[in-house]
Design a protein around this ligand. Structure first.
Ligand code: ARG
Length: 464
């Protein structure tokens, strides 16, 4: 294996040790960022006079050639991407390639590469979240009149509109968008020019490389800049939060596509069949999102465990921050894209939702609210409606099956007008408090969401 060091060594690492430390395979993910970082560094070495203008131009030209020829030309019998690029550069521009590493170290290089890579991924995550929100808005607009049982404890609680149910996901992802902006702040700072840990005697211009690479500014401590991985932890955490929410949606898809629910039909192209049971339509994509959430959460734990107790300064342990980072971001992007497709193409079964509301007592609270509106303390109303529910169960009927006759048998003090508040549609229609499931409140919610969606980024919904 070719290396960037070895002068002081009597004996080089065994093949096994060399292979154990190799990161080239995973480093290839950010080969382009590595080259771009080197271009900025080479330019700065020239403009500060640390190397001649001609040497700088040659380095930049060689590096640009590497950019255009792509990663296939990079050697693989190397420790890492930094060695691969420097060796390839040597093949192109000759000995002057040896000047590129003046006033820098792989420690600031790798931190720069990872930050540049993550910054690009943040943009991809932003656009995937926007698409997912667009799919939610599409279905929410279409299903304002579709009613289903809203649940607490996964038990029928009160009727809500499907539009209202789906919009809850919209806001969860608005918050993830806000978190992305924070992640960008944490990520977009330049470690380049920190060298190994202590800075460098060369008159470098860290402001220049930072600007060149589009960072907000150079990190003020070389020691911190080369050892910090908290922005990677932030990214792993945010990927976990996104996946946790997607896994909730995924689990609803799994449940709702069962014959017991029947609330949802997924189109053929988003389901899979069974190799033995010809009738099967399996929601594999939802199951995979739900399952892979475990990998993403595990990646957070993996790096947190790696980082615990590391002394200040670069430690080789942190080489292993990248495979979990790459994997979590890729999985999160893919899961968002698949979830968006499922959401956009979901065929919600309004009739089945309606049937499931029958005799489920989900308007019991409406009856209590009615009594309380007419002056009865809510606690007492709650008690009385509890007796009505019991009376219905004894008679094997639902609340909506009550007649004047049965109601007065159960409790003669309840006015017959109360029977008018027991339909699920009426129940939904009355919940017009801000943030409620009433049609006007939902319309307001969708209008606000649409307004925010059309803006750049993910503004907070209050006060807007
Ligand atoms: N592959 C290494 C990493 O990802 C690059 C930095 C190596 N630095 C060192 N001092 N060995 O961390």
């Amino acid at each position: 294996m070719r290396k960037l060091w070895g002068g002081a060594f009597g004996r080089l690492p065994s093949e096994r040790a060399a292979a154990f430390g190799q990161s080239i395979e995973s480093d290839l993910t950010f080969w382009e960022q590595d080259v771009r970082g080197s271009i900025a560094h080479a330019r700065m070495l020239g403009s500060t006079g640390i190397i001649s203008a001609e040497e700088s131009a040659n380095l930049v030209k060689g590096l640009e050639q590497i950019l255009s020829e792509g990663p296939d030309m990079l050697p693989r019998d190397v420790e890492d991407i930094h060695a691969a690029v420097e060796l390839r550069l040597g093949e192109i521009v000759g000995d002057v390639a040896g000047k590129l590493h003046t006033a820098r170290s792989r420690n600031d290089q790798v931190a720069t590469d990872a930050r540049l890579w993550l910054r690009d991924q943040i943009e991809l995550l932003e656009s995937e979240i926007k698409q997912w929100q667009a799919a939610i808005l599409k279905q929410a607009n279409a299903h304002q009149a579709t009613i289903l049982p809203g649940t607490t404890h996964q038990q029928h609680a009160q009727p809500i509109s499907l539009s209202y149910h789906l919009m809850a996901y919209f806001w969860a992802f608005q918050r993830h968008g806000m978190r992305l902006a924070h992640l960008k702040q944490m990520t977009n700072a330049s470690p380049l020019g920190s060298a190994a840990l202590a800075g460098t005697p060369f008159p470098i211009d860290r402001e220049q490389t930072s600007q060149d690479l589009g960072f907000d500014g150079p990190m003020p401590s070389a020691l911190d800049a080369t050892s910090d991985r908290s922005y990677v932890m932030d990214a792993l955490h945010l990927c976990s939060l996104i996946m946790l929410d997607l896994s909730r949606f995924a689990n609803e898809v799994v449940l709702w596509t069962t014959p017991e629910f029947g609330f949802l039909k997924l189109p053929d192209h988003l389901t899979t069949g069974s190799s033995i049971m010809p009738q099967k339509r399996n929601p594999d994509m939802a199951e995979l999102i739900r399952g892979r959430t475990g990998i993403v959460v595990g990646n957070w734990v993996s790096l947190a465990t790696t980082m615990k107790g590391l002394v200040m300064g670069y430690n080789r342990d942190t080489q292993d921050d990248k495979p979990p980072l790459f994997a979590s971001v890729e999985l999160t992007l893919d899961s968002l894209a698949i979830a968006s497709e499922m959401m956009a193409d979901a065929d919600f079964q309004a009739d089945r939702m309606k049937v499931s509301l029958h005799a489920d007592f989900s308007t019991a609270t409406d009856l209590a609210d009615y009594l309380a509106t007419n002056g009865m303390p809510f606690r007492q109303a709650h008690e009385i409606v509890g007796q009505v529910v019991r009376g219905c169960i004894e008679r094997n009927i639902g609340l909506e099956d009550l007649t004047e006759q049965t109601l007065s048998e159960i409790n003669p003090d309840i006015p017959v007008e109360a029977l008018g508040v027991l339909s699920p549609e009426g129940s939904v229609a009355r919940k017009e408090s801000y943030g409620g499931t009433g049609p006007k409140a939902v319309e307001k919610q969708i209008a606000l969401a649409t307004e925010l969606w059309n803006l750049d980024g993910f503004p907070r919904p209050y006060p807007f």
